[in-house]
Design a protein around this ligand. Structure first.
Ligand SMILES: *Cc1c(COP(=O)(O)O)cnc(C)c1O
Length: 309
């Protein structure tokens, strides 16, 4: 919400299309009440981005990686476009944290972190922050923070201070576990496709490697089949908890089509490849063998003859 402090009635923003449902809610449903219009597009296409910037465009908003299909945007390239057109660039860095990626150093003007996820890392608070290295941007954000009361509670701050002390240790373990699990998923016959920016198979892996020092525990993958298979897969999991919560120590799994994105129009989801067979994992800190065995038995339960066993 705080980011709206940078825009005035009649100004526009451009946001990446595969955005988190929370941000989509703010930009698509709340901002218009204040006369702020949002355009959602694939910002990895910088040519298109360039042509969509209008005189009253004030902000470009990018999630990197994007929420569900983990698309990677070349931040330096978009920052160049933003600078040229005198538009602010904001980057949602939630999935990587400053430990793995620092968008201000790559040319962004504002960075958002949902502290609810990895920064706190214990799934017991709701918090977020906006960071900037520009004093005029900071002034507008502070005005909004104080005016709208966007301040976290003392207990949430205490929990976050505790959590952040182990950020590096946790991120190293998330990273290690997710790479092993993504490779495992990639060779399983029940899996159609795995999306993990740290794998060479990711279409923007080369850009990712330059701007980030590794990926976190977020993996998206497509099962072979449809909603029946993905629901059966979730039901069979024992170590992974089925929930939309992500970024904590415990591994979680969800089907965005049916859960986090259930209120989105089907056409919009289809356009973004958020289909019924897409599973999103938040790989936690557990022993990797336990995670692989859990995923393996859930995938094996999808084999057509498994009902007869
Ligand atoms: C979860 C998430 C958010 C929203 O954060 P909350 O702290 O839950 O409000 C925003 N952006 C991304 C990329 C997210 O994954």
């Amino acid at each position: 919400m705080g980011i709206l402090g940078l825009l005035k009635t009649g100004e526009n923003l451009i946001c990446c299309d595969d955005v988190s449902p929370e941000t989509y809610e703010v930009f698509n449903n709340i901002a218009p009440n204040y006369g702020i219009h949002s355009t959602f597009l694939d910002v990895t296409d910088t040519e298109k981005l360039h042509s969509c910037i209008e005189n009253n465009t004030k902000l470009i908003w990018v999630e990197n990686p994007s929420n569900t299909t983990l698309k990677i945007t070349d931040i330096c390239e978009v920052a160049q476009v933003a600078k040229e057109k005198q538009v602010l660039l904001g980057v949602d860095n939630t999935f990587l944290t400053p430990y793995l990626q620092r968008p201000l150093e790559l040319g962004a003007d504002v960075v958002m972190q949902s502290a609810t996820k990895y920064i706190n890392g214990h799934s017991d608070i709701i918090m977020g922050c906006l960071c900037t290295n520009k004093s005029d941007v900071n002034k507008e954000l502070v005005l909004m923070q104080v005016g709208a009361g966007l301040n976290p509670s003392p207990l949430d701050c205490y929990q976050t201070l505790r959590g952040i002390k182990t950020l590096n240790l946790r991120m190293d373990q998330h990273l290690k576990n997710s790479v092993i699990l993504a490779n495992y998923l990639g060779q399983h016959s029940a899996v159609e496709k795995v999306i993990h920016p740290g794998l060479k198979s990711h279409p923007q892996h080369n850009i990712f490697k330059i701007q980030a020092s590794g990926h976190s525990g977020i993996i998206s993958f497509y099962l072979k089949g449809g909603s029946e298979e993905s629901e059966q897969f979730l039901k069979a999991l024992k170590v992974f908890t089925v929930t939309e919560v992500s970024g904590g120590g415990e591994s979680t799994a969800q089907i965005p089509f049916l859960m986090s994105h259930k209120h989105w129009k089907k056409g919009r989801k289809k356009q973004l490849n958020i289909t019924e067979n897409l599973v999103k994992l938040s790989v936690g800190l557990e022993t990797i063998c336990d995670l692989i065995l859990d995923i393996e038995s859930a995938l094996d339960s999808l084999k057509p003859n498994s009902k007869c066993r």
